[in-house]
Ligand binder design. Structure first.
Ligand code: GDP
Ligand code: IMO
Ligand code: MG
Length: 433
């Protein structure tokens, strides 16, 4: 199976970074294909914790080529800082390449992100303020700057001559203070180009070569299905496609190379940002999960994540639009100590039971969760969980296996990976068994 895609099934932060790093042990290439530095993917190796915003989560495997595909919007400041940090921590990044077709997040995109959020009122998504929306707006409007332009002084100068006055008018119209300098932006762009030059490549071609040689490729999504611009909770999601189809478009290979799809599902639900959240918890249970799970603060923004019970209407929808082969279920350890547990299997809306996710936010906002109640399992130490997964599936608590059975039954997708801790060793592979 040379091409495996890893997608998020919820609202992001499902643990994609951990799962991609784990699967990268068998991969020759890892490619990020969507989003930008709004993503925050955590990888834990031994005592070290890494948080990647743009660099693919396979970077810690030195034999694996890591590609930032054309579908990613690249903020060079963030990318260069990540490269520097990795080098300082003793991890060379000679195995990194960035698509010349990827769009660049310019300083004015961040400014516009903030201004748009202020004006959006009830449509505000609570963005990461990383300039993501405005960069994708420019890409679609064909007024963007691409990574390749940073290496071509003439193209860059020409683009900025046209774009800067347009952007100034936009910023002013939105009530901001423009004051952009074409020359300063040109110098910044050229400097980025100089520093990134060694990494810039035709990543689609590199992928094609690898696939023709039968190499294993992992496609890494950012965000989650329910943040996807088409399939997510519009207008509260993000500006790119986070579903499996985007792996082809955002990396430049045909769909026949997407042979297997893994959906990462957190054992409960979290959300950073605004919008309805039917299974949301308040009070003690939310604080218990958030505080126990150190990761439940936004990796990119540090905001506390909103927490809720596992919502299988969401995961069922993700199974459909991504044609999932397997689920990778993460953070099961974090639920330990809560009893009973609840799983949302349907919504109640206006006296009717909905099993499918609604498109309308007005409908979604009025949905009440229909829960199944299950017995919880014990809260045990990280080492004990690692010991349990080493001994195999049957050694996991019976209540946890019942929880996974319900998940699988309700979504129609088998569980292929079980994660009970941030570390690589806290992972149980069931695929093929
Ligand atoms: P991503 O955006 O999908 O890559 O997820 P994030 O990295 O933003 O958030 C996931 C958080 O959960 C990170 O802090 C991970 O280290 C952590 N994590 C992943 N899997 C597990 C798990 O099975 N158990 C626990 N306790 N933490 C996990
Ligand atoms: P990873 O890859 C969680 C959310 C933001 C906001 C909305 C739009 O780590 O799973 P944007 O900055 O994209 O315009 O914000 O999307 N969001 C995420 N939430 N995880 C992410 O990425 C996210 N990327 C964007 O909080 O509600
Ligand atoms: Mg994240």
């Amino acid at each position: 199976m040379p091409g495996t895609v890893v997608v998020g099934t919820q609202w992001g932060d499902e643990g994609k970074g951990k799962i991609v790093d784990f699967c990268a042990q068998d991969a020759d290439v890892v490619v990020r294909f969507n989003g930008g530095s709004n993503a925050g993917h955590t990888v834990v190796t031994g005592a070290e914790v890494f948080r990647f915003h743009l660099i693919p989560s396979g970077i810690l495997r030195p034999e694996t080529l890591n590609l930032v595909g054309n579908g990613v919007v690249v903020d060079p400041e963030v990318l260069l800082a990540e490269i520097e940090e990795l080098k300082e921590r003793g991890h060379p990044v000679d195995n990194l390449r960035v698509s010349e077709r990827a769009h660049v997040v310019m300083p004015y995109h961040r400014t516009l992100d903030g201004l748009e959020e202020e004006l959006k009122g009830g449509l505000k998504a609570g963005t990461t303020l990383r300039g993501i929306g405005p960069t994708f707006e420019d890409k679609a409007a064909r007024i963007g700057v691409r990574v390749g332009d940073l290496l071509d002084e003439e193209a860059l100068r020409e683009r900025l001559a046209t774009l800067v006055p347009m952007k100034e008018r936009m910023i002013e119209a939105y009530g901001g203070q423009a004051g952009l300098s074409k020359e300063a932006l040109f110098e910044t762009g050229r400097d980025w180009g100089d520093r990134l030059q060694a990494y810039v490549a035709d990543t689609s071609l590199l992928l094609d070569h690898a696939l023709k040689q039968g190499r294993e490729v992992l496609f890494e999504a950012a965000q989650g299905t329910h943040l996807d611009i088409d399939h997510g909770i519009y207008p509260f999601g993000t500006s790119s496609n986070a579903v499996v189809g985007s792996a082809s478009v955002g990396s430049g290979v045909g769909v026949r190379h997407l042979n297997q799809v893994i959906g990462v599902a957190k054992a409960f639900t979290s959300r950073v940002g605004t919008g309805p959240f039917p299974s949301e918890l308040a009070g003690e249970e939310a604080s218990y999960l958030r505080d126990k799970s150190l990761g439940e603060y936004g990796t990119t923004t540090g905001r506390p994540r909103r927490i809720g019970w596992l919502d299988l209407v969401m995961v069922r929808f993700a199974a459909r639009v991504n044609s999932l082969d397997y689920l990778a279920v993460t953070k099961l350890d974090v639920l330990g100590g809560l009893d009973p547990l609840r799983i949302c299997v349907a919504y109640e809306h206006d006296g009717e039971t909905l099993r499918e996710f609604p498109a309308s936010m007005r409908v979604f906002g009025a949905c009440r969760p229909v829960y199944e109640e299950l017995a919880g399992w014990e809260d045990i130490s990280e080492d004990s969980w690692v010991g349990a997964v080493k001994r195999g599936y049957d050694e996991l608590p019976g209540e946890m296996r019942a929880y996974l059975d319900l998940l699988s039954h309700e979504t129609g997708v088998p569980v292929g990976l079980v994660s009970v801790g941030p570390a690589r060793e806290a992972t149980l592979e069931l695929r093929g068994t």
